[in-house]
Design a protein around this ligand. Structure first.
Ligand SMILES: [Zn+2]
Length: 91
């Protein structure tokens, strides 16, 4: 039996970009079965409004209509609609 020891060296790479990467998310209608979630696309920062059903929660990928990538992962049952909106966080 071979035991291999892995030594990982930590290299700070693109620290400026990665540590400052965060996502704005605002959830409306929290008490309703359908939530409205306002957020920015993770990739292109497009402002988005998504309506989701939250009866049973699972991890869902919400696709960005602007860049076609996964804009956000939400705990929700079903994505009803995703609409591009002007981001409330961009001036
Ligand atoms: Zn996008």
């Amino acid at each position: 039996m071979e035991v291999r020891e892995l030594k990982k060296t930590y290299k700070p790479r693109n620290q400026d970009n990665e540590t400052r990467n965060f996502q704005h998310v605002k959830i409306l209608d929290c008490t309703q079965p359908v939530h409205r979630v306002i957020f920015e696309c993770w990739h292109c920062k497009q402002g988005l409004l998504t309506e989701v059903e939250v009866e049973s929660s699972q991890a869902l990928d919400v696709r960005c209509p602007n860049c076609g990538k996964t804009a956000i992962k939400l705990m929700a049952n079903k994505v009803i609609s995703t609409t591009a909106i002007p981001s409330p966080w961009q001036s």
